[in-house]
Write a protein of this length. Structure first.
Ligand SMILES: Nc1ncnc2c1ncn2[C@@H]1O[C@H](COP(=O)(O)OP(=O)(O)O)[C@@H](O)[C@H]1O
Ligand SMILES: [Mg+2]
Length: 222
């Protein structure tokens, strides 16, 4: 119960033919950990992250986050749970092009009902601490890949989620920006943020995670 993430005997099938994307997966993540999930392409890493995020549902087993069994929640309850408990950063940023950097960061705060003034202060603090305060009024099209990803990190953190998930967050930025994202995740973790990070890159895992787990053919290596 003290675990932040508790996954038991989880399986995921996208279709009935062929092998499952995940099977027999057990995984726990304690508060304060930064876990790197590694493994070859197609091994099931994103599937695993999406199940932890409550973006998808397992076909077997149980996914518990912050003491809540996600498999028992309705779609509405799941969306509400995600908003409060989980921040997600994707490889390709998924920012809204028609909103400025600041408004992208503000969006989840507005959805969560945070009063405007407090949300704006929080967004500006985050943009500042991530070194992109000067870009707050810029639209994503005017930002570099590294800047976009930092905006995405700020957006993921705006509601102070206990769990930050990142799926290959450095996969679409240059090496220098990738190093900055890695340092950022490491610093967030040192500040107490629990992180689960999918990456292909062993040096990234070594630098910004406290523990590594390997996914192979839909299973987490013991
Ligand atoms: N939405 C989906 N529909 C059908 N099959 C999927 C879907 N997402 C992933 N898969 C399959 O599940 C397996 C694991 O994929 P994924 O979790 O994306 O792996 P990874 O992130 O490690 O590259 C792959 O065989 C992939 O083709
Ligand atoms: Mg993937």
């Amino acid at each position: 119960m003290s675990e932040l993430v508790n996954i038991r005997a989880v399986g995921k099938r996208y279709d009935s033919a062929g092998p499952p994307a995940l099977h027999g997966v057990d995984l726990t993540v304690a508060p304060g950990e930064a876990v790197a999930v590694m493994g070859p392409s197609g091994s099931g890493k994103s599937t695993l992250l999406n199940l932890i995020a409550g973006l998808d549902r397992p076909t077997e087993g149980r996914v518990e986050v912050a003491g809540t069994d996600l498999t028992g929640l309705s779609e509405t309850a799941l969306a509400r749970f995600r908003r409060r408990h989980i921040g997600i950063v994707f490889q390709f940023f998924h920012l809204l092009d028609e909103l400025t950097a600041r408004d992208n960061v503000l969006l989840p705060a507005h959805l969560a009902g945070t009063p405007r003034r407090a949300a704006r202060a929080r967004a500006d603090d985050l943009l500042d601490s991530l070194g992109i305060a000067a870009r707050a009024d810029a639209y994503p099209a005017r930002l570099s890949g590294g800047e976009r990803q930092r905006v995405a990190v700020a957006r993921a953190l705006v509601n102070r989620p206990p769990l930050l998930l990142a799926d290959e967050p450095t996969g679409a930025v240059d090496a220098h920006a990738g190093d900055q994202i890695c340092d950022l995740l490491r610093d967030l973790n040192r500040g107490g943020q629990t992180v689960v990070l999918v990456t292909h890159d062993p040096s990234l895992a070594a630098r910004c995670a406290t523990r590594t787990v390997e996914v192979r053919d839909g299973q987490v290596a013991p």
